[in-house]
Structure formats: structure tokens, C-alpha cells
Design a protein around this ligand. Structure first.
Ligand code: AMP
Length: 281
């Protein structure tokens, strides 16, 4: 497996692969790999001739500098895990390579980014859309893989790829969870023992809403309120939002009459967690 640090070298690598007719799959990550990332890498490996992972902790998508400073980093471990999952190349640019002095260009996806993560983390999606556009320009994938865990992000990326005519396929894979339901996240390692015990309440609240819909509940405002109350019942939880929305527009629903998504974000101490489940009314 190669680790490539320069955009020019990465572009030459993928152009050569494309020239000889190979398909390129791309998994963008910020590292600190866990089984959620590995499920994307394995699927990317299976679907494509060349499996590329990017590893870049993107400062432009962090709205809080403490969160960026604390973000776990371990290149040697990540490289071993990526290689074991069959990755052919890691693109791991330095900060100066990605955003050299004078950098001035940003990508803004309107509408979809107004609510939820966009509202609670100013600038976050501008950072995500900008870094992904740059990674797509360098790696020129035929397919790119994202996790449902970051549901709003997956919609933003689909919008971006369609709007800018980037012409490759976006594949979104299910959320990988701990045994107690907690969605795997690089930030889970930062939870203290009590926070970790209580963090399961987020997925429990969302799964309870999913079960309620399966049993016939159609009142989206009641479902939303129940999710929020259940998360709040954990003494260490601070809820940023709980929402029941249209799965494509993320507009809040009052009534469930088809597909929907339940989203939640909550802080446990200094660690902010997000999760979601699809509801099928
Ligand atoms: P990150 O390194 O957090 O930027 O995540 C890189 C990719 O992995 C994103 O597409 C995430 O949605 C995805 N991902 C993160 N956590 C999970 C998970 N628990 N299950 C599936 N995919 C995930």
C-alpha cells in the first residue's frame, strides 16, 4: 500500500490507473479508523479495481478549536488497518498541501445545510463540501463511499456531486454500532466511563422511535418529543437537537406518511455525538 502526500503525485497515480482502464473507489476519512470506516473500505475494495482512502483532519470543518486539538490521530495504526482492508493507496496531504497560503476558494451547498448540524456547527458543511470537492478533484473516483452515520453530510455530498456534474456514484452504507447500539465514532474514545455508559441513550431513543412507527405511531412531533425526553433522561446528556424529518429535504415533519429520518445530536461532557435512524411509515 502506498501513502501519497502530494496532490500532484496522487493525481498522476489515479490518472495512470484510469488510463489502463481501472475503476477507482474513494473513502474519505479523518483517520482514527474504526469498524465503521472499515466497512466502507471493504466495500470500496470489493466494488473497484483500485481502493483509495484519504486521511486528512480538516480544520475547516471544525467549529470548535478544542475539538480539533483533541481529535485522535495515529497514522501508523490507520495505515495498518487500511492495508488489512485491502486499500491500495492512502492520500494523506499535509495542511500546507491542502490549504497553502493564499487559499481562497470555498464550496457552499445551500438549503440542506441550514438546519441541524449546519445550524449548530457554523461553517461545518462549508468545510466538508470544500474538502470533499478538493479530494474528488485529486482522486477522480468512479465511486465514493460515505456512512449513513453522518446522514445530513451524505445528502450534502449527493447534492454537491449532482450540482457540480461530478458524474460519479455516491454509495452510502449503514451505520456500524457497538453491542449496546452506540454508533461507532472516532470521538467515542474521548468519553469518560460514565459518559460512555450513558451515551447509549441516543441510539436507544432513536430505535424506540423506529419501533413506535412500526407499531403505527404517525405523530412526528410526539416522536420527536419522546426522542428528546429519552435522551434528556440521561443525567450527563445535553441535547443539541432531536428531529423527525423528510429523508431528502430534512424539513421537519408533523405527520409520518412515508419515509422519514430521525436525527439526534447530544453532548456528553466535551464530546458531541450524532446519530440517526430511518423510519418507514
Ligand atoms: P470521519 O473519519 O468521521 O470523517 O468519517 C469518515 C466516513 O466514515 C464518513 O463517511 C462517515 O459517515 C463514516 N462513518 C463514521 N462512523 C461510521 C459508522 N459508525 N458506521 C458507518 N460509517 C461511519
Amino acid at each position: 500500500m502506498q501513502i501519497i502526500r502530494e496532490a500532484g503525485a496522487m493525481q498522476r497515480y489515479v490518472e495512470e490507473q484510469r488510463r489502463i482502464g481501472r475503476s477507482i473507489g474513494l473513502v474519505p476519512t479523518m483517520g482514527a479508523l474504526h469498524d465503521g470506516h472499515l466497512s466502507l473500505l471493504r466495500r470500496c475494495r470489493a466494488d473497484n479495481d483500485v481502493a483509495v482512502m484519504t486521511l486528512f483532519v480538516n480544520p475547516k470543518q471544525f467549529d470548535r478549536s478544542e475539538d480539533l486539538a483533541r481529535y485522535p490521530r495515529d497514522l501508523a495504526r490507520d495505515a495498518d488497518l487500511a492495508a488489512a482492508a485491502g486499500t491500495d493507496a492512502i492520500y494523506h496531504p499535509a495542511m500546507e498541501e491542502m490549504y497553502p497560503g493564499g487559499y481562497a476558494t470555498y464550496v457552499i451547498v445551500e438549503g440542506l445545510t441550514d438546519r441541524w448540524e449546519g445550524a449548530t456547527r457554523p461553517g461545518h458543511f462549508r468545510g466538508v463540501a470544500t474538502v470533499c470537492t478538493k479530494l474528488f478533484a485529486v482522486c477522480r473516483p468512479h465511486r465514493a463511499y460515505f456512512g449513513q452515520k453522518d446522514y445530513q453530510q451524505s445528502l450534502v455530498i449527493r447534492r454537491l456531486v449532482a450540482d457540480l456534474n461530478l458524474g460519479f456514484e455516491i454509495v452510502v452504507l449503514p451505520t456500524v454500532r457497538e453491542a449496546d447500539g452506540l454508533a461507532l465514532s472516532s470521538r467515542n474514545a474521548l468519553l469518560g466511563p460514565d459518559e460512555r455508559r450513558q451515551a447509549r441513550v441516543v441510539s436507544q431513543a432513536l430505535f424506540a422511535a423506529q419501533a413506535a412507527v412500526r407499531s403505527g405511531e404517525r405523530d412526528a412531533e410526539k416522536l420527536r418529543g419522546d426522542i428528546e425526553a429519552r435522551i434528556r433522561s440521561a443525567s450527563l446528556a445535553v441535547v443539541d437537537y432531536a428531529a423527525v424529518c423528510h429523508p431528502d429535504t430534512l424539513e421537519p415533519l408533523t405527520h409520518i406518511s412515508g419515509r422519514a429520518v430521525a436525527l439526534a445530536a447530544a453532548r456528553f461532557g466535551a464530546v458531541r455525538l450524532i446519530d440517526n435512524v430511518l423510519l418507514d411509515g
